[in-house]
Design a protein around this ligand. Structure first.
Ligand code: KIV
Ligand code: NA
Length: 275
């Protein structure tokens, strides 16, 4: 049986840190799950790392459902959370519930949406019908047009207080955990001590109850943006390009394929054929 939202909530109570990575496809998700990662997040960052968009705005429900289905076929152990993409939950609570349901039918155990106090009614409505919600405050990539762009959140007293209020409101609304994106580490620590649900940080310091990274960042295979918080555990893009160059050279020189890579006819049949 895979992990449930209660297992994740319990980890905070037991003082265990929660590991989260994004996942979008069957192959990588299988490896993340095998590694024992606690939560696989089908993030709308898929729009950037899988589809090559500049940001997450163009991502559609259909795309999120496709990624979620692929990851759900791979996961055995982790909890599976899927992002509600831009404009799939903001217009009406009806939309939010309907689209949350689609992600659950695609195989997610819970949904995630961006927003603080303004989203609390929506979060209550989704959890009321039995779908667990992960909140997401601090930097909110779907709405960076309104803010000052990709900047650290909660650097001043007033913005810090607002973030702490947002977090309390999300807990009150029934969220089972909250992503804190690029929140100053002091504020992230305070929020983590204030709310009883787990906080999952990205660029928000070690005081959070868990951490999340985009898997392509962690593996060093996405070259376009390299944020300071995205620690690279591998330089996979270099390894991949090197391997592909080797393959090309071997194809051109005839080293590949070799005998162990091809198949033969039955010897007798081959003789008959030659007669
Ligand atoms: O879409 C995403 O990858 C996310 C995480 C960075 C939290 O929302
Ligand atoms: Na996201």
């Amino acid at each position: 049986m895979h992990k449930s939202v209660y297992d994740i909530i319990r980890m905070k109570k037991d003082g265990k840190k929660i590991s989260v990575v994004t996942s979008y496809d069957y192959t990588l998700a299988s490896l993340c799950d095998k590694a024992g990662i606690d939560v696989l997040l089908v993030g709308d960052s898929a729009g950037m790392v899988m589809l090559g968009y500049e940001n997450t705005i163009p991502v559609t429900m259909d795309q999120m459902c496709m990624f979620t289905e692929a990851v759900s076929r791979a996961r055995k152990n982790a909890l599976l959370v899927a992002d509600l993409p831009f404009m799939s939950y903001q217009v009406s609570i009806e939309d939010a519930i309907k689209n949350s349901g689609k992600l659950i039918q695609a195989g997610a155990d819970a949904v995630k949406l961006e927003g603080g106090i303004a989203m609390s009614e929506t979060i209550s409505a989704i959890t009321d019908i039995g779908i667990p919600v992960m909140g997401h405050i601090g930097l909110q990539p779907q709405t960076t047009m309104l803010s000052e762009g990709y900047k650290v959140q909660g650097k001043t007293k007033d913005t810090a207080i607002k973030l702490i209020e947002d977090a309390k409101e999300l807990e009150e609304a029934g969220a089972f955990s909250i992503v804190l994106e690029m929140v100053s580490h002091e504020v992230a620590q305070i929020i983590s001590e204030t709310v009883s649900i787990p906080t999952i940080g990205i660029g928000s310091g070690v005081g959070c109850n868990g951490q999340v990274l985009v898997v392509q960042d962690l593996l060093g295979m996405y070259e376009k943006i390299k944020p300071k918080f995205a620690k690279r555990y591998l330089n996979l893009s270099e390894e991949i390009v090197k391997s592909l160059e080797n393959y090309k050279t071997e194809v051109e020189s005839g080293i590949f394929p070799a005998q162990e890579n091809w198949f033969s006819m039955d010897e007798d049949e081959f003789k008959k054929l030659r007669e």
